[in-house]
Design a binder for this molecule. Structure first.
Ligand code: HEC
Ligand code: HEC
Length: 203
C-alpha cells in the first residue's frame, strides 16, 4: 500500500487526501477567504473568483506570485511563504469547488462580446478567444477558465496584459489585449462573466 501511494505520488497522480483538503481549508481560513471567499466565490468584484478555476493554471499562478514573476503587491505577499505542497492543496481545493456565474442584464452589449469571443475581429487581427479558452470559457487544465469570472477582474487583467503590467507569461495575451478597444474589453468581460458553469461539460 505504501509503495502504491509512493508510485502514484511519483506519477504525479492527484489522490484526494483528506489531509490535503484540511491543509487547504486551514490556509484559506487564515489567509485567502477575506478576498477570495471560503469557497472561492470572491468577496468583491475586484478579486478573482477561484471556484472551478483550472488546477494547473492555479498552481502556476501561485508559484509565479510566490517567485515574484507575476507582480501584485497583495498576492506576492500572500504567496511568499507557501510551500509547493500547500500550493497544490490550494489548487486542488479551489478547482474542485463549483463555479458560479453572473446574470447579464445588457444582452445587446454582451452580444458584442459574444461575437468577439467566438469569431475574433479580423479587421484588427484579434483571434477568437474560444480557440484557447474553450467554447464555453472553460479553459483547459493549463489555461484559465473565464466563465463566470467577475467582469471587473477580467477587464483589469486585459488592461494589464495590454500594458504588460501582468508580468508573467504575457506574450500571447499582450499581443491580443494591446489591440482591443475599450468597448471590446468591456463587452468581452461582460460576456464571459455570464457564461455558465454547467456548460463546461457540454460537447
Ligand atoms: C487582500 C486580498 C487578497 C487575499 C487575502 C488573497 N488574494 Fe489572491 N488575489 C487578490 C488580487 C487583488 C488578485 C489579482 C492580482 C492581480 O493580478 O493584480 C488575486 C489573484 C489571485 C490568483 C490568480 C487568479 C487568476 O485567475 O489568475 C490566485 C490563484 C490567488 N489570488 C490565490 C490566493 C490564495 C491561495 C490566497 C491565500 C493564500 C489569496 N489569493 C489571498 C487578492 C487577495
Ligand atoms: C492563443 C491562445 C489564446 C487566445 C486566442 C486567447 N487567450 Fe487569453 N490567455 C491565454 C493564456 C496562455 C493565458 C494565461 C497566461 C498565464 O499562464 O499566465 C490567458 C489568460 C487570459 C486571461 C486571464 C485570466 C485570469 O484568470 O487571470 C484573460 C482575462 C484572458 N486570457 C482573456 C482572453 C480573451 C478575452 C481573449 C479573446 C479576445 C483571449 N484571452 C484569447 C491564451 C489565449
Amino acid at each position: 500500500m505504501k509503495n502504491m501511494i509512493l508510485a502514484l505520488g511519483l506519477l504525479g497522480i492527484g489522490v484526494a487526501h483528506g489531509a490535503d483538503v484540511d491543509l487547504a481549508k486551514t490556509i484559506v481560513k487564515q489567509k485567502c477567504h477575506l478576498c477570495h471567499g471560503e469557497e472561492g466565490e470572491a468577496s468583491s468584484a475586484i478579486y478573482p473568483r477561484l471556484a472551478g478555476q483550472n488546477r494547473n493554471y492555479l498552481v502556476k499562478q501561485l508559484k509565479n506570485f510566490r517567485d515574484g514573476k507575476r507582480k501584485s503587491d497583495t498576492m506576492n505577499e500572500m504567496a511568499k511563504d507557501l510551500k509547493d505542497d500547500e500550493i497544490v492543496a490550494l489548487a486542488d481545493y479551489f478547482s474542485s469547488k463549483p463555479a458560479l456565474t453572473h446574470r447579464v442584464r445588457d444582452k445587446e452589449f454582451a452580444a458584442v462580446g459574444r461575437y468577439l469571443y467566438k469569431k475574433g475581429n479580423k479587421y484588427s487581427g484579434i483571434p477568437a478567444c474560444k480557440s484557447c479558452h474553450g467554447e464555453f470559457g472553460q479553459g483547459t487544465d493549463e489555461l484559465p477558465r473565464l466563465a463566470g469570472q467577475h467582469k471587473r477582474y477580467v477587464s483589469d487583467q486585459l488592461q494589464a496584459f495590454g500594458e504588460r503590467a501582468r508580468s508573467n507569461d504575457n506574450a500571447i495575451m499582450h499581443t491580443i489585449a494591446s489591440k482591443l478597444t475599450e468597448l471590446e474589453v468591456e463587452a468581452l468581460a461582460l460576456y464571459v462573466s455570464g457564461l455558465k458553469a454547467e456548460e463546461k461539460a457540454a460537447p
